[in-house]
Design a protein around this ligand. Structure first.
Ligand code: SF4
Ligand code: ZN
Length: 312
């Protein structure tokens, strides 16, 4: 794009070509467009009330740190909305320690309080220990990410409750969201398909509602924002990152997007229209109390306890 000027300010040289909108943007206008998009998404889906106590799940990766920086900036427009970062230490040797350090440094620089809790503290063992035990018992049907995902969701919810949060922000991008839609369809998981929304429904007082202010931001733009703002983030991949189906879907979606610009947005818009119909056809589950941990669940044992039982 050298030699051409930013389509917005018309003054600075363009630095990024946004194929789906046809805009050429300079660094400043690009960053401002991401911040404006986050503000618009929060308003569009009524994600925040003026006095919400917002928790943000920070992993130390580019997406969560870009979101942290933007939400910290937005606080000046929402003085009554408090912001606290939550980081979960899953216990992945040589990987999570670096992420914790990065999360801490970013929070200190932005003066955002950081609440850290761990799998060890909450479930009695680290993810590394859990994987070793599962392997020793020959239970290898599910990937480490399947266990990690369930336990981390629980950990984030418990942490948010502990700090009195009324909403949890996660940095799921447009890419994460569209991959999850296709994954749920391919797995036939209509229940999860109905729950994946920019703001989750209120279902139980013990479940803190989640919001996804990045749900309309493509992943490459979240990375670019981090790069322009010189945000330090962790880019070493997790040693367990092997969720085969998601990887296949990511590659497929990126290939289709490359040839047919706007496919990811089209999936997101389709889901937005279908969501009310999907919710209507699914039978609402009644909540019971998990007999082991006391958390709400539709089964006798919640998914977290069911997984922990496999190794006990
Ligand atoms: Fe957990 Fe998988 Fe993410 Fe690693 S890649 S942190 S195991 S979900
Ligand atoms: Zn339980």
């Amino acid at each position: 794009m050298s030699g051409s000027y930013c389509s917005v300010c018309k003054k600075k040289p363009s630095f990024f070509y946004r194929k789906y909108s046809g805009q050429k943007l300079c660094k400043k206008c690009f960053s401002e467009s991401i911040e404006a998009k986050v503000r618009a998404t929060i308003t569009k889906y009524s994600m925040l009330k003026f006095d919400d106590k917002l928790a943000i799940a920070v992993s130390g990766g580019k997406d969560s740190l870009s979101l942290l920086h933007i939400l910290a900036k937005l606080q000046k427009y929402r003085p009554k909305t408090s912001l606290t970062a939550i980081t979960i230490d899953e216990g992945i040797k040589g990987y999570r320690d670096e992420a914790l350090d990065i999360a801490e440094k970013n929070c200190n620089a932005l003066q955002i309080p950081l609440y850290i809790t761990s799998f060890k503290e909450l479930f009695g063992l680290t993810l590394d220990e859990l994987i070793i035990k599962l392997q020793a018992k020959g239970k290898t049907e599910l990937t480490p990410c399947a266990y990690c995902g369930v336990l981390r969701r629980r950990a984030i919810n418990v942490a948010a409750r502990n700090i009195g949060a009324t909403k949890i922000a996660t940095a799921h991008t447009l890419d994460d969201e569209t991959q999850t839609v296709l994954m749920n369809i391919l797995r036939g998981d209509t229940d999860r398909l109905s729950k994946e929304k920019p703001i989750t429904n209120y279902v139980h007082s013990m479940f803190i509602r989640k919001i996804k202010p990045f749900c309309e931001i493509p992943e490459n733009e979240s990375a670019l924002y981090a790069y322009i703002k010189k945000i330090t983030f962790q880019d070493t991949p997790c040693p367990y990152a092997s969720e085969a189906l998601r990887n296949d879907i990511r590659t497929m979606l990126n290939n289709i997007e490359e040839k047919h610009t706007g496919t990811k947005f089209a999936i997101s818009r389709t889901m937005e229209k279908l969501q009310p119909a999907i919710e209507q056809v699914l039978t609402k589950k009644d909540f019971k109390t998990c007999k082991d941990c006391g958390e709400p669940t539709s089964q006798i044992l919640c998914k977290t306890c069911e997984m922990l039982h496999q190794i006990r």
